[in-house]
Design a protein around this ligand. Sequence first.
Ligand code: NQM
Length: 357
Amino acid sequence: MSHDVDGIRCMQLRGGSSKGAYFLAGDLPADPGERDDLLLRVMGSPDEREIDGIGGGHPLTSKVAVIRPSGAADADVDYLFLQVVPGRPIVTDAQTCGNLLAGVGPFAIERGLVAARDDTTDVRIRIMNPTVSRVEARVQTPGGRVRYDGDTVMAGTPFPAAGIRLEFPGDDAGVFPTGRLVDTFAGVEVTCVNAGMPVVLVRAADLGVDGAEPPAVLEGDRRLRSAVEAIRLEAGPAMGHGDVRDTTVPKITIVSPPRQGGTVATRTFIPHRVHAAIGVLGGVSVAAGVLAPGTVASSPVPAGGLVRIEHPTGVFDVHLDLGGGGAATTLRRSTVVRTARKLADGLVWPRSGKAIG
Ligand code: NQM
């Protein structure tokens, strides 16, 4: 069977505040190089607008989830996230995506990898990207079918849908990968944190911005963009990621005092465009940096560990429990609620492999 002639089975879902193409691993080439070439041609990159593919021309809508039955005894499915970078011939597995993760449970049930049980079905997911490795998704399945409609409103998505609870068990790995609560990179004090997504926290005032600007204003500020990239290029190796020029981690989150009754206000470079909201695991990492004392983002948090993160389109709530202390802080558990929706199911056809003429 030829993928180019016969098409490839694919389901498109909105997962959280992102949108992606979901594939069964068995429907894609096993060789990662061939797979990535095919995905660039399916999504439409390297073209900034992805006009000849199903990608949406923005990192948040140019995402791929690859799912297979799990090889681990304590998981039902394995989830590999691939970021197809619009405008560049890059497909990277350097990070996971907690937003597309919301669609993994529904997809696994729809494709028959997991049987719907009662009114809700728990799907145990092993994440194949670094760094978080396990999550349990609770999907609503009344009458044995995935339910997408509901009343859960999730900032970053205008319409209500059925809530999906994602629970991340913690581990013993420290959340401060440089072993310090504060570092100085490119002359700016930062906190490097990784509670599922590598993130560098920077105070807005230290970058000469207010921190409440719309994403387009921040993206249009060339001075700010180069300051952020200079920090990122120094932070990447210090966080254990090597040269990060061509990859999507770490993210940079600019923090400032809250304006809408939340715990902290954020704007996040992912890492070159500014997020319309905030990533899920990016949010968990920010929350860890806010809850731990002594970082550039530490803020008072009510008992119970609810951190309310303001972002450009609303507020993202993260419940988390930290262990250890100081630079040896660990994540014990975190829980978030997302929604997902099936948008399309069928075949996709890649453009031809001819070079750009
Ligand atoms: O942090 C965007 C998104 C993400 C990642 C990004 C995400 C996460 O919002 O878990 O979800 O940071 O590139 O989809």
